[in-house]
Design a protein around this ligand. Structure first.
Ligand code: EPU
Length: 295
């Protein structure tokens, strides 16, 4: 049984919360310890205490890109830093807790273009930046001008992004680093033009992506290919194990039809990966974060 340092209990927390409630996919084990700092100081205290106790921790946002396969004993950090957006010129600043869809909406209201691609991404900004989320040809690294984060020992760093820190669905903000706040450099544009782009993306999404419970695209696109298309070409759409099913709309979405178990979901993933590897010679890698890593 994991020992939680007493000092951590000063930070707002909850115990034994099912990941079914903490993730959009709606399945998984229990989150034994969920810590929810309400300001940057508490977040820094959390990271420092864990570092001193040599206690590894995980970071959770909206849980829209997480597949939590079993109980997680180590502390899970979910920042609760509010959702204020500050504008200075063409730059906006928001906390890692801010919802990505709402952020794109606020930027549109301000007549600032650059985040339209993210108007359908259900996560929070922290998760979006940590994965360098992207869609419709846009991605976070294209607009990021500054960011503030904690190092694994709790040191606070604020800097401009540099070469090598963000790439396709990857950033260095992992392994004990915690994003706190970010600044995006946007372009003043007529609000109607921004909204027209957001509407076009919405239409495209509605036409090609399912509405059911999922973690978004489950696999990364292999270089020069589309994971969804590969799954589709293997005839796997509609494949079902218990209550887990490959979406009929998009091959890279694996749905929880309601009561899917972790075992159903794992078996479906295995069958999809094995088939695509056998028929296409491509080993699909996860785009979602798998807790704990098993594959
Ligand atoms: N396609 C098929 N069958 C399918 C799915 C797709 O043939 O079942 C074909 C489409 O017809 C199209 C191509 O594959 O020619 C690409 O499809 P799509 O435009 O849907 O893009 P994607 O590469 O599958 C990426 C992101 C999505 C993002 C969309 C829209 C990844 C792994 N996925 O999907 O992101 O919403 O582009 O820009 O990069 C996510 O990150 O969770 C996610 C869903």
């Amino acid at each position: 049984m994991l020992q939680i340092p007493k000092a951590l209990l000063q930070i707002p927390h909850q115990q034994d919360i099912p990941f079914a409630r903490l993730t959009t996919l709606g399945l998984g084990g229990l989150c034994r310890w969920l810590f929810e700092p309400v300001n940057e100081q508490q977040a820094q205290d959390f990271v420092r205490i864990c570092h001193q106790a040599e206690l590894p921790f995980r970071v959770l946002g909206a849980g829209s890109n997480i597949l939590a396969l079993s109980d997680i004993e180590e502390p899970v950090l979910r920042l609760n830093l509010g959702s204020e957006v500050v504008r200075k010129g063409n730059e906006i600043e928001a906390t890692a807790s801010h919802g990505q869809i709402l952020l794109a909406e606020k930027a549109a209201q301000m007549g600032l273009s650059g985040l339209e691609w993210s108007s359908g991404i259900p996560g929070r900004m922290g998760g979006a930046l940590r994965m360098n989320a992207g869609a419709h040809g846009g991605e976070w690294r294209n607009v990021l001008s500054r960011y503030r984060f904690l190092m694994p020992d709790g040191e606070l760093i604020e800097k401009a992004p540099e070469e090598g820190e963000f790439s396709y669905r990857w950033s260095h903000l992992k392994e004990g680093k915690v994003l706190l706040r970010a600044w995006a450099n946007l372009s003043p544009t007529d609000e109607n033009e921004i909204r027209a782009r957001m509407d076009a993306y919405r239409q495209k999404r509605l036409g090609s992506q399912p509405k059911g419970r999922s973690a978004g695209c489950i696999f990364k696109n292999p270089p020069g290919r589309h994971a969804g298309q590969l799954v589709d070409e293997c005839g796997l759409k509609g494949l079902r194990v218990g209550e887990a099913m490959v979406s009929l709309e998009h091959g890279n979405f694996l749905l929880n039809l309601g009561q899917a178990t972790v075992a159903d979901y794992q078996a479906l993933i295995d069958r999809v990966r094995q088939t695509v590897e056998k028929e296409k010679g491509v080993r699909l890698e996860f785009e979602v974060e798998v807790w704990p890593t098993r594959f």
